[in-house]
Design a protein around this ligand. Structure first.
Ligand code: HEM
Length: 118
């Protein structure tokens, strides 16, 4: 669990942030012009922060679960918290993907000013 989090999930979260920044800044979408792009940026930063805060708990449960004495009733609160956070992460991914595909209208104040100048 810890190995997957460190070698797959964390790199992918930061990769989505970096590729998102490249797609925003490298195209006419811009980073602060459309609410949907801004929402994705904030959601992804929030997700990355929560994931980093969860890492200690993930590492702890992973180490404890590897012990033979670990029972199905141990650390229930911490394990529930991991499930809730993982489910929340999945919902955020669904929201960001839906926003990207639908690209709902809505320019920020900055986007309006930029458009009028052009
Ligand atoms: C895990 C998080 C993310 C997911 C799942 C995701 C998903 C997607 C998908 C599926 C598309 C393609 C939509 C289409 O045209 O069919 C897309 C495009 C785009 N994404 Fe993301 N994205 C994420 C993070 C970000 C972030 C953090 C940003 C901004 C900093 C961003 C900015 C953009 C932009 C500007 C496009 C449009 C590119 C274009 O059509 O020229 N994304 N994203």
């Amino acid at each position: 669990m810890e190995v997957i989090a460190r070698t797959v999930i964390i790199p992918l979260v930061f990769a989505s942030l970096v590729t998102g920044l490249i797609q925003s800044l490298g195209t006419t979408w811009g980073l602060f012009r459309h609410y949907w792009v801004l929402a994705k940026l904030l959601l992804t930063i929030f997700t990355a922060t929560v994931l980093m805060l969860q890492m200690d708990g993930i590492a702890y449960i992973a180490a404890r679960a590897a012990e033979t004495a670990f029972s199905s009733t141990d650390l229930l609160d911490l394990r529930r918290s991991l499930v809730v956070h993982a489910a929340g992460g999945l919902i955020v991914l669904l929201v960001t993907t839906t926003l990207s595909v639908l690209k709902p209208r809505g320019l920020t104040r900055y986007g309006w000013r930029k458009m009028q100048r052009q």
